[in-house]
Design a protein around this ligand. Structure first.
Ligand SMILES: *Cc1c(COP(=O)(O)O)cnc(C)c1O
Length: 456
């Protein structure tokens, strides 16, 4: 049984430690990232001893948590400009806490009617934003699983026999090389193999070049995958043109909106997804731009039955008769977390407007970074950003070397990516605390470090 008094005390400690951690991170006066070797961290946190002996108390827990937080990566830090992982907002954090305590897993309605209903309403809202008024959807643990789920629905549409007989040899997936790697993984997971991924032509920045698409003959396309936006560049495919090409040939149109679908909430950026309503399926990660913790993603389909066709199963302890309000038939997972609550609480607190303003603000900050960098000599920026992702180079400096130096110093945390065969630095503005002063300081820091970082 829970000692409710001990819980209340430990929860209060957790809140005060987290509040101090977030405040310190937001002010940016601590390293954004630390990567001590595991042995050192294990020693400092006394992990082996605690695993063996147990015995953590409210007091020792506070010490542990303090040290644990200080050894981690700070996503609330204005110099966090790395992976497309949300700087989480606190309503969503509360949802994670509530889930941890209540554990009403979302597979069958009877295991959590309130949490399931919240998921239904969040999905209904997302469908409306996507322009799928008669669609259906489900939340999954992340975009990779969401892409797989959408492509399974597409396979069931193209080859309903595949579930029983295995995947026929003539099925293919059409996708650009810039598609997220989870798409080509899904091909192999589904038994198609990499040979079944037909690479579509693109422009030099990886965007689908619809006028150069080949006609497909002798093969059955399961789906064509477009990006909104592409992971590497943050650039968008022309969904209307690609969607029309698919319509004309009766090919399932899948839009990977893991990162960029949240732009549907910003009136100034919604046009980037113009044509999304032509899609047969869309995925949308909330743990990127809707500020929930990892993970919470949606799979949305335009026609209601399309998702239920993706899976068939026989498990008499859980599947019998009419499944009513159960979502289990639509997911790879059996048990899953109360994902809807995280998205719902951010919406309930900030409103659709508030989240839309957040997206618009971060997209504007990335655009601002592009403007500031362009004004300085030596910076090369291959395209004008459309989202909050910007790729760039500085002179002949080695992007990987610069990145490693800044991470070792804890001054900035960026990523890098290969664009048109050349490695570039890559900034993703995820954090509401990042402003012009941080972006200028980043440019100063790169200029300072570059002379020592010769390519080669
Ligand atoms: C991040 C991303 C994914 C993968 O999502 P996860 O939630 O990390 O599994 C898929 N597609 C695109 C375009 C992405 O940016």
């Amino acid at each position: 049984m829970w000692d409710v008094e001990a819980f209340t005390k430990a929860a209060a400690v957790t809140v005060s430690e987290l509040a101090a951690y977030v405040e310190e991170s937001q002010r940016g006066q601590v390293p954004v990232v630390r990567q001590r070797p595991p042995a050192e961290i294990a020693g400092r946190l006394r992990l082996a001893e605690l695993i063996r002996e147990g015995g953590l108390s409210t007091e020792t827990y506070q010490d542990f948590l303090h040290a644990f937080l200080s050894e981690g990566t700070r996503l609330h830090h204005p110099a966090y400009l790395a992976h497309q992982v949300a700087s989480p907002d606190f309503p969503a954090a509360l949802a994670d806490f509530i889930h941890g305590a209540t554990n009403n897993p979302m597979a069958i309605y009877e295991m959590g009617a309130a949490a399931a209903t919240v998921e239904f309403e969040v999905i209904r809202w997302m469908l409306e934003k996507a322009g799928f008024p008669r669609g259906a959807g489900v939340l999954t643990h992340g975009g990779s699983l969401a892409n797989l789920t959408a492509l399974l629905a597409a396979r069931a549409h193209a080859a309903p026999e595949a579930w029983a007989n295995g995947t026929p040899d003539d099925l293919v997936i059409l996708a650009p090389p810039s598609a997220h790697y989870s798409v080509s993984r899904a091909a192999s997971i589904m038994g198609l193999g990499q040979k079944a991924v037909v690479e579509l032509p693109t422009d030099e920045l990886g965007r689908l070049a619809v006028t150069r698409f080949p006609e497909i003959s002798g093969k059955r396309p399961i789906a064509l995958v477009a990006s909104a936006c592409a992971t590497g560049t943050g650039l968008h495919d022309d969904l209307r043109a690609v969607g029309q090409w698919c319509r004309d040939r009766d090919i399932w149109f899948h839009v990977d909106g893991a990162h960029g679908a949240s732009a549907l909430l910003s009136p100034a950026h919604r046009h980037l997804l113009d044509g999304v309503e032509l899609a047969d399926s869309l995925i949308w990660d909330a743990h990127k731009m809707l500020r929930t913790s990892s993970l919470a993603a949606a799979v949305l389909v335009r026609r209601e039955g399309a998702l239920d066709a993706a899976f068939q199963q026989d498990a008499s302890y859980i599947f019998y008769g009419d499944q009513g309000f159960d979502l289990i038939g639509r997911t790879v997972e059996c048990t899953k977390a109360e994902l809807g609550l995280k998205i719902f609480l951010n919406l309930a607190w900030r409103g659709e407007r508030g989240l839309g303003d957040f997206v618009a603000g971060r997209y504007a900050a990335a655009h601002r970074f592009w403007e500031l960098a362009r004004r300085r000599p030596g910076f090369a920026l291959p395209y004008e950003p459309e989202s909050n992702i910007v790729c760039f180079r500085y002179g002949t400096a080695d992007p990987a070397g610069i990145r490693e130096r800044m991470m070792a110093d804890g001054t900035f945390y960026l990523t890098s990516t290969i664009l048109n065969g050349v490695r570039h630095l890559r900034v993703t503005v995820m954090n509401p605390a990042t402003d012009d002063s941080h972006l200028e300081r980043l440019l100063d820091e790169i200029t300072r470090l570059a002379p020592a970082q010769h390519e080669g």
